[in-house]
Ligand binder design. Structure first.
Ligand SMILES: [Zn+2]
Length: 294
């Protein structure tokens, strides 16, 4: 059932500080359009994409493979292999296993030093562990914001069955968890920043940046990976939050702050669920909003 392009490693792109980024297409994912676009009317979003006969959108599970400072970093882990067949069918998952994806393109999961998980929803954190519950990346430290680990542990009804708390505990038992808070530079040119909005501890990745408050010598060589704060280029308009955002008011504020900066400083953007060519830039529209640059 897998299409030939289920697993695909895109050509590398270089950023300030000798950082190289490749997009690893780790599978397909078909979220319900109503959930994905939330309050945005179909009349507006249907300019960009359309649904299948089950009301779903064709999206990708995009991982990043980053080489920087002699270290190798994977961003996101896909769904992994522990979902039920029924759940995979409802969500239209093909592929999703980060280990299979890496091996299919000739890369070794054991070569990875850090795994950045943007947040603990199933399609980002499910692949933290393999079928046997062991860390899928045996030599990596897993970087997750502490606020998201706490959200996964909480007794809030909304979080239950959605956050991958079990994966976190399995990785912790193996001694490979690295909980962080706020902005942390992992290696020169690769930092995580807590954004919240989508989940309490959602994080984005700044690439080719010294720090989010600093300025690289050439801002055209910088990039951001948004996680689910902005899952595809279709959701660049800052008020277009999804129904999966736990804190939509916060999401709009931080999206506005970061998208404004991305447009002004010409950051390249990587989107975790975008099926199209990556990265893309954003630009201001004459109506005061933002869109993907052609
Ligand atoms: Zn997602």
């Amino acid at each position: 059932m897998s299409e030939p392009s289920t697993f695909l490693l895109e050509d590398p792109r270089s950023f300030a500080g000798g950082v190289t980024v490749r997009v690893l297409r780790a599978g397909w994912f078909r979220p319900d359009a109503g959930g994905f676009f939330g309050v945005v009317p179909r009349a507006l979003w249907s300019r960009f994409t359309d649904t299948d006969d089950r009301g779903r959108l064709l999206c990708r599970l995009n991982l990043l493979l980053i080489d920087a400072g002699g270290k190798r970093i994977v961003v996101e882990t896909g769904t992994g292999v522990r979902m039920t067949a029924k759940d995979r069918d409802i969500k239209g998952i093909e592929g999703g296993d980060p280990v299979a994806a890496m091996r299919a393109v000739g890369e070794d999961p054991a070569s990875v030093d850090y795994v950045i998980v943007s947040h603990l929803h199933y399609d980002h954190a499910g692949g933290m562990v393999d079928a046997n519950g062991r860390p899928a990346f045996p030599n990596a430290r897993y970087v997750v914001q502490r606020d998201d680990v706490e959200a996964a542990r909480s007794d809030e009804l909304r979080q239950q069955g959605i956050m991958e708390g079990e994966q976190v505990e399995l990785v912790r038992a193996a001694g490979q968890m690295a909980e962080v808070s706020g902005e942390v530079e992992l290696v020169p040119g690769v930092s995580v920043i807590r954004t919240g909005g989508h989940t309490r501890g959602s994080q984005a990745v700044l690439i080719g940046a010294e720090r989010s408050g600093g300025r690289a010598s050439d801002p055209t060589e910088r990039a951001i990976f948004w996680g689910d704060l902005i899952p595809t280029r279709w959701q660049i308009p800052v008020r277009w939050t999804s129904a999966y955002d736990d804190y939509p008011i916060d999401a709009i504020e931080i999206r506005n702050e970061l998208v404004t900066r991305a447009a002004r400083e010409r950051w390249w953007c990587y989107f975790t669920h975008d099926p199209g060519a990556l990265p893309v830039r954003v630009e201001a529209t004459d109506k005061g909003g933002f869109r993907a640059a052609e």
